[in-house]
Design a protein around this ligand. Structure first.
Ligand SMILES: NC(=O)c1ccc[n+]([C@@H]2O[C@H](COP(=O)([O-])OP(=O)(O)OC[C@H]3O[C@@H](n4cnc5c(N)ncnc54)[C@H](O)[C@@H]3O)[C@@H](O)[C@H]2O)c1
Length: 301
């Protein structure tokens, strides 16, 4: 059984990935800033301000290390850009330094984001498209990608960046799904940023975990960057309709007609690279939204 280390194992993506990889017969070790893991896995706590990752490698070597830690909010990155930089870029450098010294043969996957693309000139977005972030978050994810490339090129580490598009699923208490679902449940009208025509390429957390599983279990060398999405462009108004339908709501929807600073307008990924590793979508948006709403209803009780 291969050893896998998940950094940020108590977060939304990290916690789902811990369970998924454990169920798929990997020996999973977690690492986060909390005192305890969420699930029954081997675990290291690191300091939130001065994380020292080197102690993790004192006793074990890992076949793959997946970094799911980091700040995950565009609005927060405008308010506290330095914190965002520390979490998204400085910590990646610290992790890669420890890996270079103690576990240089592993595969290192850093969860990056579609935010590195900003507003792309054409859709679907290929990995070699021009990178023009429009938020501190996007710029810092791009810094982290550059650091991964540095360690890949100069030190020969097997470091790759996964540009995850719009993730959703049970446990997510932020971003559009949570915001719209809560407004549909509790507000008299559903107020939404933008026109409703903006698009995102949504991917359910189970499919993200499956994609990562395919990458770490592949015998092929991994490219420098890989888009993680379904290659489907979905307008925001369709997500609102799916959530209203899952909650059986007839509430009025009011679009602000203004976009939030830092939010790109249209996203659709080219996923031909990911497909080469055998990826296929398994959770449709309709089923994913139904499952998310069932989870939220129970969580809100
Ligand atoms: N959720 C999305 O839609 C999405 C999309 C694209 C990319 N991403 C990226 O994926 C990553 C994970 O996102 P998420 O939604 O799971 O975020 P999250 O905030 O739920 O999880 C992040 C986890 O990292 C932990 N952490 C913070 N500092 C740490 C440190 N120094 N060492 C170890 N752990 C630390 C936190 O305690 C938390 O448990 C982030 O980098 C985010 O930018 C997320």
């Amino acid at each position: 059984m291969e050893n896998i280390l998940i950094i940020g194992s108590n977060g939304f993506i990290g916690s789902h990935l811990s369970v998924y990889l454990k169920d798929n017969v990997y020996d999973v070790t977690g690492c986060d800033i909390a005192s305890k893991p969420l699930y029954d896995i081997k675990y290291f706590q690191v300091d939130s301000l001065k994380p020292d990752y080197s102690k993790i490698f004192n006793h074990s070597e890992y076949a793959a290390i997946i970094n799911c830690s980091g700040a995950a909010s565009v609005p927060d990155s405008f308010k506290t850009p330095e914190t965002d930089f520390t979490l998204n870029a400085v910590n990646v450098m610290k992790q890669l330094e420890s890996i270079r010294e103690s576990n240089a043969g592993c595969t290192y996957l850093n969860i990056s984001s579609a935010a590195v693309y900003g507003n792309p000139a054409e859709l679907p977005i290929k990995e070699d498209a021009k990178l023009s972030p429009v938020s501190p978050y996007g710029f810092h994810k791009l810094c982290a990608e550059t650091i991964c490339n540095e360690y890949r090129t100069l030190y020969g580490l097997k470091a790759s960046s996964l540009r995850v598009f719009s993730a959703y699923g049970p446990g997510l208490r932020k971003q559009i799904f949570y915001d719209i679902a809560k407004k549909t449940m509790y507000d008299s009208e559903i107020h939404v940023f933008g026109t409703g025509n903006e698009t995102r390429d949504y991917i359910h957390i189970k499919d993200i975990c499956h994609a990562i599983y395919l990458l770490i279990s592949s015998k092929k060398a991994l490219p420098t960057v890989i888009n993680i999405a379904n290659g489907v462009q979905v307008p925001v108004k369709n997500v609102v309709d799916e959530i209203k339908s899952a909650l059986d709501s007839g509430k009025k929807v009011v679009f602000s007609e203004h976009n939030r600073t830092g939010d790109p307008l249209y996203w659709q990924a080219d996923i031909s690279v990911l497909k080469q590793f055998g990826y296929k979508q398994t959770v449709s948006l309709e089923n994913g939204v139904k499952e998310y709403i069932e989870w939220l209803k129970k969580a809100e009780k």
